[in-house]
Design a protein around this ligand. Structure first.
Ligand SMILES: [Zn+2]
Length: 311
């Protein structure tokens, strides 16, 4: 009976509160727009999860912890994790404006993506970012400027050679423009056309331009098989000589001959970090590999473009 009494008195308080609110002429206004209650809050700093509530007003988090204020909308998280949106650093979502709701990302909790990886991006970074804004894309989008459209634009159909000095200058200018238009760095795809024909020196020259604008260098490396140490050393040389933070894209040991090399790879990366190089890496969430079917064919056979390759 005491228990029932408690409920009754709680109800009375609720009634009084409602009446007071009503009298103030503001029945529906609440303290917060949204309160998510009883979650395990992971704040993204690396700290352990804490149990608590999150209050949001005007699209911003205004309180974290436990509090009495009510939300216009209340969600009980039932002890599930509440975290900031995830960042997917490796996508090929150049077509994001065709699917601006981006449910595949949003439903997984991804709220920011990086696109333009593996040397492939739009050449016109400014126009790309503007089209994302105009479409009202649900995600935050950052893009790298890809080496391949830059090299294709400048060197035309002839790829299996180093650029002339004038061509290299034009490529640098395009990277410069892409960075100034909002790219967050330069990407290469050194198994793809025409990037596969680029020398390390060419990439260093372009990475220097990205570095000057505070960008990073992300690479789908030349080798991901038992020659991976050569490829990693190339990335690290670019980091040193262009003074740029580097990201090894989808790091992997491809093929049985490379499977024993994880220890060597990690040792090399640890050593580079100890030396002061900012090197990071990302990884597929699956144990297979993924690329286009033409890639296993020698680059020389693909040099003239898709039509010539078919012939
Ligand atoms: Zn790739």
């Amino acid at each position: 009976m005491r228990f029932l009494g408690l409920i009754r008195s709680t109800r009375s308080i609720c009634f009084l509160t409602a009446l007071t609110t009503w009298l103030s002429g503001d029945l529906w206004s609440q303290q917060f727009d949204l309160v998510i209650r009883r979650g395990r809050i992971v704040d993204g700093t690396g700290a352990a999860a804490v149990k608590g509530d999150i209050a949001i007003r005007d699209r911003r988090i205004v309180d974290v912890g436990t509090f009495t204020g009510q939300g216009r909308v209340e969600i009980d998280a039932h002890d599930r994790v509440i975290a900031p949106g995830f960042i997917d650093v490796h996508t090929h979502s150049e077509d994001i404006t065709e699917l601006p709701v981006a449910e595949n990302f949003i439903r997984m909790g991804v709220t920011t993506i990086v696109t333009g990886n593996c040397g492939g991006s739009k050449l016109e970074i400014g126009a790309f970012l503007k089209s994302i804004e105009q479409t009202g894309t649900a995600l935050n989008v950052a893009t790298l400027i890809g080496h391949n459209p830059v090299r294709s634009q400048v060197m035309g159909g002839s790829f299996a050679r180093p650029p002339t000095a004038a061509e290299l200058d034009q490529m640098k200018a395009l990277v410069d423009r892409g960075m100034r238009d909002g790219a967050v760095g330069l990407s290469t795809g050194l198994i793809y056309l025409p990037g596969t024909f680029a020398t390390t020196e060419e990439i260093i020259a372009l990475a220097q331009r990205a570095s000057a604008c505070g960008g990073i260098y992300a690479s789908h490396m030349r080798y991901e098989n038992d020659r991976i140490m050569e490829a990693l050393n190339e990335v690290l040389r670019i980091a040193r000589e262009a003074r740029i933070p580097v990201e090894v894209s989808h790091i992997k040991l491809s093929g049985p001959a490379a499977w024993e090399m994880a220890g060597d790879v990690l040792k090399l990366l640890d050593g580079a970090r100890a030396e002061g190089i900012k090197v990071t890496q990302d990884q597929y969430l699956y144990t297979a590999s993924s690329t286009s079917l033409g890639t296993p064919i020698p680059a020389e056979a693909r040099e003239g473009g898709r039509q010539r390759f078919r012939e």
